[in-house]
Write a new protein. Structure first.
Length: 128
């Protein structure tokens, strides 16, 4: 496999992983608003796991380091198929969206209808 082919493969993989992570971040407030708190939790766990990977690698994606072996280019998007401006501001944009999503999740969870059990053991809503 040539260096160009290897770089292309890394960029495709990196872009696919980015798309999954970006989708997870965007979906957190949406599923929280819909009351799907468990799904919001799983999406949050996925994003936090990605953050841990980045933290353990000095704030960089391991695929960036791998891609760097195959090119001398160091533009913000040398390792991923994203527009330069998005690649350059990716962490700030999606970090902010993640924080907002988590706040929406917390707000919806706190505001959720409280449930209690009726005398026959069935759940009933305490709020309209």
């Amino acid at each position: 496999m040539s260096a160009d082919q290897a770089l292309t493969l890394i960029k495709v993989a990196h872009t696919a992983i980015w798309a999954v992570m970006a989708t997870a971040i965007v979906m957190i407030p949406i599923v929280a608003i819909r009351g799907q708190f468990r799904l919001a939790g799983w999406l949050t766990a996925l994003v936090v796991a990605e953050c841990a990977v980045l933290a353990l690698n000095g704030g960089r994606c391991p695929l960036t380091d791998l891609a760097a072996r195959f090119t001398t280019d160091r533009a913000a998007n040398f390792d991923i198929y994203l527009p330069h401006w998005l690649a350059a501001h990716n962490k700030a944009i999606f970090g902010g969206l993640f924080v907002v999503g988590e706040l929406v999740w917390l707000w919806r969870w706190v505001a959720r209808p409280k449930k209690a059990e009726s005398a026959d053991g069935n759940s009933i809503s305490l709020r309209g």
